[in-house]
Design a protein around this ligand. Structure first.
Ligand code: ADP
Ligand code: MG
Length: 595
């Protein structure tokens, strides 16, 4: 009976709106679909314009093939696509889109104006559509190619609209989508304008040029080329030199057939290649494009298509890892040539029958660690001479949980040994102290920086040649905000353009060649969790600064420098940890040596 039938077919507008939930969850996903369509249309110039992080307007203009009058209307229908015709086509996809869902979804939840002009046609056409209903269509003279304006996204889905984050957050999602697309399509020119400001103006060029346009010019010196071709896989891209590894996973980009993908196993393959080359908790940057036979990929497993499955995953893993390793192999070779390693690391096996002589240690028995020396300038310690009072203070409080009870520490011996140009070994009454020179120096510098007041400004040095530093637009904005905080530490930095700054002064003894690295690292620290360790902005800046200025592993130290550092370290109230919370001293007890 009629009244018992309760099933009805949803009208298209409702069905499209539901489908839209999967395809378009925020402005950035609409941007992704529109940019992909423009690329599929063969465009060589694509302009992205957003207002209010895409809330009010998202527009993509391309110089691609354009659409005919009837296609201009049809493209908003669900399952309307020119990219596949048969089920078999699914196994040989060479375009970014193929599901024919994006425009139907976007038109269901926004007011869309499409202007398109098919190459060869005399006139173009303008279609207006709102909540899946076409409101007008008329011919018009417009340039060949297509322009799609998406206005008031989610105007009819208040729940979705209310869930949007702050403009700055939505804009950073759009920026990330923009990077993921533009990075791997460096042959196409792109611009990105937000609220009338041109954020990116990317010219067509090589992938390396594109990387530096997006992430700053300094990238060029920091990357190694990776290239490999096998029957299964073609690899082309760049990997970061280990010394520029970052504390965050930010700059890790993997692409398959021109599409950004997330693939934990393949990412692990890249990181595996860096085994033993990176400091703890740091991640390499990489920008790697893979080409695989489309028949060997299943792109269809996720609607937004960042996840993919491969038929030969194991083989791909192995090829990728060894290609990256090979690229990094150049690194080992290059450093071997660059740095003067202490001779003992380069000696080959001893000839047969060779009896090594007794090792000798020479030291100056008259040396007084508490007398200021030239070392202080080199290590930038510039403290008042230490005295025993500081050490006594250190010994006073006792923390039973502390692995190194202060009472175990006695004034440093006059003899220090340097191990592997990285550790300082010195006897204490309680055992043998093994001190990490970098972490120790970080602690000393941090304490000095946080204790000093604005008079530190006198420790600034004006650079003979000002240094320009370039950043991504987002980082540049953050840096501009932090400039006043950097001033008291001796930095004089001015804005040159929206992404470039000029540094005219730095703290004394700051290596100007490391300025860009330092500023990048400081921004990353500031954005990342490192900041959470510290109670305020200036402490976080001091930690970054101390880390940057601290002596590096691999720096040979003189006897005097080691003694000064040890004395200064022991004068710090928290001598046994670095500002970032790492152990500075390990004590080997005599009992542990003799069983
Ligand atoms: P899909 O990209 O999966 O085919 P879309 O909904 O994104 O689905 O687009 C539907 C169709 O509209 C495309 O197949 C294409 O033929 C046409 N189209 C969309 N955008 C453009 C554009 N910028 N230039 C030319 N044609 C376009
Ligand atoms: Mg599409």
């Amino acid at each position: 009976m009629d009244e018992l039938n309760i099933i009805n077919i949803l009208p298209d507008s409702v069905a499209n709106q539901i489908a839209a939930g999967e395809v378009v969850d925020r402005p950035a996903s609409a941007v992704k679909e529109l940019l992909e369509n423009a690329m599929d249309a063969g465009a060589t110039q694509i302009d992205l314009i957003v207002k209010d992080a895409g809330r009010t307007l998202l527009q993509v203009i391309d110089n691609g093939c354009g659409m005919s009058d009837s296609d201009a209307r049809l493209c908003f229908e669900r399952h309307a696509t020119s990219k596949i015709h048969h089920a078999d086509d699914l196994f040989s996809i060479h375009t970014m889109g193929f599901r024919g869902e994006a425009l139907a979804s976007i038109a269901a939840i926004a007011q869309v104006e499409l202007r398109t002009h098919l190459i060869g046609n005399e006139l173009g056409t303008v279609v207006n559509i709102e909540g899946s209903h076409v409101t007008s269509q008329h011919p018009e003279a417009c340039p060949t190619g297509t322009s799609i304006s998406v206005k008031n996204l989610f105007f009819n889905v208040p729940a979705r609209r209310n869930f949007l984050k702050k403009d700055s957050v939505e804009l950073s999602h759009i920026e990330e989508v923009f990077r993921r697309i533009t990075l791997i399509h460096s042959d196409i020119a792109f611009t990105f304008t937000s609220n009338g400001r041109l954020l990116y103006d990317l010219k067509a060029g090589s992938m390396l040029q594109r990387i530096s346009q997006l992430f700053g010019n300094h990238c060029k010196e920091r990357l190694f080329n990776v290239e490999e071709e096998t029957d299964l896989l073609k690899i082309k891209g760049f990997v970061g030199k280990p010394e520029y590894a970052r504390k965050t996973r930010g700059e890790q980009y993997l692409f398959v057939n021109g599409r950004f993908i997330k693939h934990p196993a393949l990412s692990a393959a890249v990181e595996k290649a860096y085994t033993d080359m990176l400091p703890e908790h740091s991640y390499p940057s990489y920008f790697i494009g893979l080409q695989v036979d489309p028949a060997k990929i299943d792109i269809n497993i996720h609607p937004t298509k960042t996840e993919v499955k491969f038929v030969d995953e194991h083989a791909m893993f192995a090829i990728l890892r060894s290609a990256v390793k090979k690229a990094l192999g150049q690194f080992t070779l290059a450093t071997e040539l660059e740095f003067d390693k202490p001779a003992e690391f380069n000696i080959g096996p001893a000839p047969k029958g060779y009896i090594p002589p007794q090792p000798k240690i020479s030291y100056n028995p008259d040396y007084n660690p508490f007398r200021p020396t030239s070392t202080q300038t080199r290590l930038n310690l510039q403290k008042e001479p230490n005295d025993l009072k500081a050490l006594k203070n250190l010994m006073a409080p006792e923390d039973p949980k502390d692995p190194i009870a202060p009472k175990d520490l006695t004034p440093p011996s006059t003899t220090c040994l340097q191990l592997q140009s990285r550790y300082i070994v010195t006897p204490l009454s309680s055992g043998l102290a093994v001190i990490d020179q970098q972490r120790a120096h970080e602690r000393v510098l941090f304490d000095k920086l946080t204790q000093s007041n604005s008079s530190t400004i006198s420790h600034s040095q004006t650079l003979l040649f000002p240094v320009n530093c370039t950043f991504s637009p987002a980082d540049a904005e953050l840096l501009a905000e932090l400039l006043p905080d950097l001033r008291p530490y001796g930095f004089a930095i001015e804005t040159l353009s929206s992404t470039t700054f000029v540094v005219t002064a730095t703290p004394v003894d700051f290596k100007e060649s490391e300025l860009q690295t330092f500023l990048n690292q400081m921004l990353a620290d500031y954005k990342g969790s490192v900041m959470l360790r510290f109670s305020n902005r200036s402490q976080s800046l001091c930690a970054s600064l101390a880390r940057q200025m601290a002596i590096r592993p691999g720096t040979p130290l003189t006897q005097e420098e080691m003694q000064q550092l040890v004395a200064d370290l022991f004068a710090c109230p928290m001598a046994d940890t670095s500002p970032s919370g790492k152990k500075t001293i390990t004590i080997v007890k005599p009992e542990e040596l003799l069983h």
